[in-house]
Design a protein around this ligand. Structure first.
Ligand code: FMN
Length: 165
């Protein structure tokens, strides 16, 4: 088994619901080579929400560690391996999901990539699930970020019905 790789990513986007697809933007390979190479090699990768208890460690994963160093060890987060799943999760994270690589779309304009994965499994605390399937991520204390240095807590404001003309 190779070295477990971990990095913080904020440019995540919902691509579609059926099949459930989630994309993220990966910087040019010269700047951020390891995450994309690992995903292309192993096909499976996990996304783990950050919360106030781990955001500083999560931030530290963005440092340019050499390839042979595991960011898990370097920053003090725990890799969680589940039976039958090759990709590690972050044990300390409250919302975790597994994606399978479907497509890497180069964006010629600036050398970045849209990396598209399909949702395979999600590990979500029961207390945040509502009867209609809505997930109250603020109950898991999930954070948002702005740019590469600002972190925000999430506070529920409202839920609105499907808008009609
Ligand atoms: C808050 C924050 C958000 C980030 N979001 C992204 C992102 O969406 N895409 C990206 O390519 N890098 C992003 N980065 C930078 C990566 O974490 C960094 O380049 C990391 O070293 C990539 O790992 P790699 O070198 O193992 O591929 C972000 C950094 C921070 C601090």
């Amino acid at each position: 088994m190779g070295q477990a790789n971990l990095a913080i990513f904020s440019n995540l986007v919902h691509i579609g619901a059926d099949p459930a697809l989630i994309g993220f933007i990966n910087r040019p390979t010269e700047a951020a080579p390891h995450t994309l190479a690992n995903i292309q090699e192993t096909e499976y990768y996990s996304v783990n929400h950050i919360h106030p208890g781990i955001y500083e460690k999560a931030h530290q994963t963005s440092a340019k560690y050499p390839e042979h160093i595991s960011e898990f060890e370097a920053v003090g987060l725990t890799p969680l391996f589940r039976p039958g799943i090759s990709a590690p999760f972050v044990e300390e994270s409250h919302i975790q999901y597994l994606l399978k690589l479907e497509e890497v779309i180069p964006i010629k304009l600036n050398g970045t990539f849209l990396v598209v994965g399909s949702l395979q499994q999600a590990f979500i605390p029961e207390k945040i699930m509502e009867e209609d399937g809505y997930l109250s991520i603020e109950k898991a204390n999930s954070l948002c970020s702005l740019g590469i240095n600002g972190y925000y807590e999430t506070k529920f404001l409202d839920k609105l019905p499907y808008a009609k003309p």
